[in-house]
Design a protein around this ligand. Structure first.
Ligand SMILES: [Zn+2]
Length: 318
């Protein structure tokens, strides 16, 4: 779906554009596969309606793709998938599932204070004609800023999804609640302090669930620890094969598949993250599952095939 303009969050908050936007999208029919140059992509999965909303992009130095290699070696391995700038760009693709009367958001993006190129979820929801107050559940895969900080409206520090039950894997919530910021390396202290701040702001709306808990019939956590201690993906049943929301199990359309053993700097337990990545990719390849990947290029949809001991990403838009 497409609307004519891209109002900013500030413009929408300022007033009348919101009403105009709601009018302009009201008559757009829901179709099976609607691609969005506007950062909104829709698909059907059985009886479920899935909308993928772009929170923007993150610019990531290539040296962070592998903690054990120098930049030149990483760039060489990236080949055509690399860039001259020494950076790669990650998508930030947020999945919204409508299941009957439930509207389930999986991760909340970066909010407005992490990176200027991200934090666009509120605008994308407006583009899609979705009032944040109608979201019934928010599922958080892990506590990193680009997934968690969008829970809070940076304009008044209030919970953005005021009527939603928030759900986080129990070991993940436990980690961020208990971790002592001062004991962490300086470069990650802001991440932990931010997680604590957001978790406190969301307050009693936030509940812990087991890493294999069913969130709704057909929507369940899938434990994929390593990136963070309680990191989870989300498995959604529907259609012929179903779909996995991969969270940060995958981070790059070439590296995560051709070199699944690479340990990026952001993975807290690199070996455990590699095991989770292989388990998820093996499952998806064997069962023909669709993948909705958070950090691959928008909308991040595709499938995976085995390639010997490695894999290949088959983008749905290729
Ligand atoms: Zn992430």
């Amino acid at each position: 779906m497409r609307v004519c303009s891209h109002p900013t969050r500030r413009e929408i908050m300022a007033g009348s554009l919101a009403a105009a936007l709601a009018t302009s999208v009201a008559g757009v029919p829901s179709i099976a596969h609607a691609a969005g140059g506007d950062g909104v992509h829709k698909l059907a999965l059985g009886d479920l309606q899935i909308t993928i909303l772009s929170d923007g992009v993150l610019n990531v130095p290539t040296r962070l793709l592998n903690r054990d290699m120098n930049s030149a070696t990483i760039e060489a391995a990236l080949g055509e998938a690399g860039s001259a700038s020494g950076q790669v760009q990650y998508g930030v693709n947020i999945v919204l599932v409508r299941s009957g009367s439930e509207l389930v958001l999986i991760d909340a993006g970066a909010g407005g204070t992490w990176e200027p190129t991200a934090g666009k979820l509120a605008d994308r929801l407006a583009t899609a004609g979705i009032d944040p107050g109608t979201i019934t559940k928010v599922v958080i895969t892990h506590g990193h800023p680009d997934h968690l900080w969008g829970l809070v409206d940076e304009f008044d520090d209030s919970p953005r999804f005021a009527n939603a039950q928030h759900i986080m894997p129990a070991p993940e919530l436990d980690y961020w609640r208990k971790v002592s910021v001062e004991t962490l390396p300086e470069r990650t202290q802001g991440v932990a302090a931010g997680a604590k701040r957001v978790i406190a702001t969301v307050g009693e709306r936030l509940a812990a669930a087991a890493p294999d808990a069913e969130i709704l019939p057909g929507i369940a956590f899938l434990a994929t620890p390593g990136h963070t201690p309680g990191h989870c993906s989300v498995r959604i049943s529907g259609g012929a094969h179903g779909l996995i929301v991969t969270a940060d199990t995958l981070f790059h359309p070439h590296v995560s598949f051709a070199y699944p053993e690479w340990q990026p700097a952001a993975d807290m337990d690199g070996a455990q993250a590699v095991a989770s990545r292989r388990r998820l990719l093996d499952m998806a390849a064997a069962d023909g599952l669709q993948l909705a990947s958070y950090h691959l290029p928008f909308p991040g949809l595709g499938r995976v095939e085995r390639r010997g001991a490695a894999y290949r990403w088959l983008s749905a838009r290729a």
